[in-house]
Ligand binder design. Structure first.
Ligand code: HEM
Length: 415
């Protein structure tokens, strides 16, 4: 009988905060395993990594999300009672609302809006000494997301709202001030959105059909009830915040293009859908979501190991996207690998795995790829710029992480 390797410790939360994205991969390597047991936040946690483990993790009969997301994450990143905390038929019903926003036409509209926003912003950069790409991309995406979703936003509001969305995301791996900044940002944003939902419902603001705000404000659950304004507000934030978050991938993408100059040429030629492969490799290679949590629904056996009902289980996203059994030379940035990839719903999981409608896999995955593509294509085809000396390195300890300088650009010219 095999037993699962165990971390000998009273609690490993400090080590998790110190090792960040590599906490699970380091132990899988050390114990030569795909699963091990540890203690985090005062409780037993089983950590899983790899494609087979992802398939188990996304089996709804075995796992539930109830009680899996710590309150501190709900108060910053997701919001209380948001879709991320739901299960079963209620989850499926609400998920169908998010998925109905992702028709080719509607996604295409977002791409066109974003392209226009890049152009508008870039015209202003020509007059500036330097810009920080991460901050600028966040504003572009925040503006585009609001316009696409039908959410009214004043020009003077954009900087603060984009910062707030960013602060909610920045809080997920934090204790102390970074966490509190995220909480304040969420409170401000929820207040804003709750009012917007009320105004939409009483037609104080006009919102066309076929927009995310209209969908969410008038969505009726399986029992035919409208969402409470606070919950509806949280769900519209669940659209605007992650679109703004794509600034992280755009910043990493710019770093990838700068450090691998052949990529820029290839994006310009875009042969064999190269820009698409580049965007996929950015999502695979660079760290964003480190792992996900769920609780065992009922006792089951996996790999000779008993998973007891109620146990907290983490699935390693970053490690699975760098698993050498799936990815040839995983620590090498190589977009062409996607030309040959057969793929499964469980092997490439930067935004979760499994299926979209019955599971929790991110409904914004297509949008994410499309917006990385349009942004990289804009940088490669329409901008000339200098990249001054700066620290483009990023820490794998900090969650979430970014290139230290956030990508400074100078002498920008539109071409
Ligand atoms: C869920 C990552 C962009 C909306 C998720 C999950 C991850 C993720 C890891 C959790 C999957 C799970 O629990 O199994 C990301 C990343 C993004 C991104 C890294 C890009 C920066 C988007 C976009 C949208 C979106 C653009 C919407 C327009 C959502 C929603 C969920 C979700 C609503 C909850 C789904 C559910 O619980 O069923 N995302 N996402 N995300 N994402 Fe994204």
């Amino acid at each position: 009988k095999r037993t699962i390797p165990k971390d000998r410790c009273i609690d490993n939360t400090c080590k998790l905060l110190m090792e960040g994205y590599l906490f699970i991969p380091n132990r899988c390597r050390r114990y030569k395993t795909d699963l091990f047991q540890t203690r985090l936040m005062g409780q037993k946690v089983i950590c899983l990594s790899g494609e087979d483990a992802a398939e188990i993790f996304y089996n709804n009969h075995l796992f539930t999300r109830k009680g899996a997301i710590p309150k501190r994450i709900q108060k910053t990143l997701f919001g209380k009672k948001a879709i991320q905390t739901m299960d079963g038929p209620d989850h499926k019903h609400r998920k169908s609302m998010f998925l109905s926003m992702m028709t080719p036409n509607r996604m295409d509209r977002l791409v066109k809006i974003t392209e226009k926003q890049w152009l508008k912003s870039a015209k202003q950069w020509e007059r500036k000494d330097r810009i920080i790409l991460f901050n600028e991309a966040g504003k572009i995406l925040c503006r585009s997301a609001c316009q696409w979703a039908g959410v009214p936003i004043r020009k003077s509001e954009v900087t603060q709202r984009a910062k707030d969305f960013s602060a909610m995301i920045d809080a997920f791996g934090a204790v102390g001030p970074r966490h509190w900044k995220g909480r304040c940002a969420r409170n401000r944003c929820e207040k804003w959105m709750k009012q917007i939902i009320k105004d939409t419902r009483c037609e104080k603001i006009y919102v066309p059909e076929g927009t995310a705000l209209h969908d969410i404000a008038f969505y009726r659950d399986a029992k035919g009830k409208l969402l409470r304004p606070k919950i509806a507000g949280i769900e519209i934030i669940n659209v605007l915040r992650p679109i703004t978050a794509i600034a992280t991938y755009i910043t990493f993408g710019a770093v990838a293009m700068h450090t691998n100059p052949e990529c820029e040429k290839k994006i310009q030629y875009d042969e064999d859908n190269y820009t698409h492969m580049f965007a996929q490799e950015v999502r695979r290679y660079y760290p964003f979501g480190p792992f996900l949590g769920a609780r065992v629904r009922n006792d089951f056996l996996y790999n000779h190991q008993l998973f007891r009902k109620g146990t907290l289980v983490f699935l390693d996203l970053y490690g699975t996207d760098h698993d050498a059994r799936i990815w040839y030379q995983p620590n090498h940035f190589w977009p062409e690998r996607f030309k040959y990839r057969k793929g499964s719903p469980y092997d490439f999981i930067p935004q979760g795995g499994g299926n979209y409608d019955t599971g929790h896999r991110c409904p914004g995955e297509w949008i994410t790829t499309m917006l990385i593509k349009v942004s990289m294509s804009f940088l490669a085809n329409h901008l000339k710029y200098k990249v001054p000396l700066q620290d483009l390195g990023y820490s794998l300890r900090r969650m979430p992480t970014l290139p230290k300088s956030k990508f400074i650009m100078q002498k920008i010219k539109l071409v």
